[in-house]
Write a protein that binds this ligand. Structure first.
Ligand code: ITT
Length: 178
């Protein structure tokens, strides 16, 4: 059993398809203002470990848009809550370079052990319109090939996503230790 500290149901559903013995803990942690997802995750884990024992993981993720110099990046959750997908589409209006990637950083720790981090990225493009009602966050505007992530069921998204890559990294490491 592993505790996954997250408030995000979509993240939890995707992670549960990879780790069937996951338990969601919606206890919150401080997301510091930093330049990298790694710093946010490492700080969050320190705080979480003061409150939770047992194997625990958390994940910090973000969308990085090339033409916007990596924005919204570490501010992805705030930007999604404020200007949302329509706001991003408007910012991208008329821009030819639509390249973007999602990045996920997972931090995992066990009592008395140094936390470990695993990362994953998926490259795609910001489409000209939102499509699909599956997934969460920026999924409807992020396209890999012809489909947006918002059009994909979890198993399909988990074949390519940043989160699936970082979590499979953790899973392989855990299995390699057995
Ligand atoms: P927790 O911190 O409680 O886990 P959160 O939603 O705040 O949940 P993050 O701090 O990692 O998660 O914020 C990342 C934001 O980036 C998230 O709120 C989404 O808007 C977006 N995001 C991350 N992964 C995504 C994905 O797979 N698909 C679409 N949007 C994603």
């Amino acid at each position: 059993m592993i505790y996954f500290v997250t408030s995000n149901k979509g993240k939890f559903a995707e992670a549960s398809a990879i780790f069937p013995d996951l338990v969601q803990k919606n206890i919150g942690y401080t997301e510091i203002q930093a330049d990298t997802l790694e710093e946010v995750a490492a700080f969050g884990m320190k705080e979480v470990l003061q409150r939770l024992r047992g194997p625990v993981m958390l994940e910090d993720a973000g969308l990085f848009i090339e033409a916007l110099h990596g924005f919204p990046g570490v501010y992805s959750a705030y930007v999604q809550k404020t200007i949302g997908n329509n706001g991003i589409l408007r910012l991208m209006d008329g821009l030819e370079n639509r390249n973007a990637f999602f990045k996920s950083v997972v931090s995992y720790a066990e009592p008395g052990q140094e936390p470990r981090m695993f990362q994953g990225c998926v490259h795609g493009i910001i489409g000209s319109e939102a499509r699909g009602k599956k997934g969460f966050g920026y999924d409807p505007i992020f396209y890999v090939g012809r489909a947006s992530l918002g059009e994909m069921e979890i198993p399909e998204k988990n074949r390519i996503s940043h989160r699936a890559i970082s979590m499979h990294g953790l899973k392989s490491w855990l299995e390699g230790r057995k």
